[in-house]
Design a protein. Structure first.
Length: 132
């Protein structure tokens, strides 16, 4: 039986496969380098969708739009796409502790901020090819 995320009722099994094939590992199964490359492709697509350059996402910038984009990427990555913290940290050039903090803040914002929550859902559905 698939594990269910109590927060959303989503099945966690196979979440990465919800994303398009361009984001999946194309190399040796379990290859961290290949997974990081797939995540970098995802960062580029997310950046294009939210109007933020990948260099800004991986920078130390604290601009509001950059911080929110990071929160969406990390929170979606952990909650919906079954990505490991260390892989997101590598792709974003952050420490695992920083990514954990970003996720906590993203989850809090998703629960407390209706505008952020709608943008979060729109991004998720856009990346998996669904329309809302």
């Amino acid at each position: 039986a698939a594990e269910i995320d109590a927060t959303h009722g989503h099945h966690l099994e196979g979440q990465v496969s919800r994303l398009g094939p361009q984001y999946r590992d194309k190399g040796v199964e379990g290859s961290d380098a290949q997974l990081t490359l797939a995540l970098h492709g995802l960062l580029h697509d997310v950046g294009d969708r939210v109007g933020i350059d990948v260099a800004d996402l991986t920078s130390r910038s604290r601009r509001h739009d950059v911080v929110e984009a990071r929160r969406m990427i990390v929170t979606l990555g952990r909650e919906r796409w079954a990505q490991r913290t260390k892989d997101l940290a590598s792709a974003l050039e952050k420490s695992s502790d920083t990514v954990t903090f970003i996720q906590r803040e993203g989850t809090r914002q998703r629960l407390d901020d209706e505008v952020f929550s709608r943008r979060y859902e729109k991004l998720d559905h856009g990346l998996i090819g669904s329309e809302r």
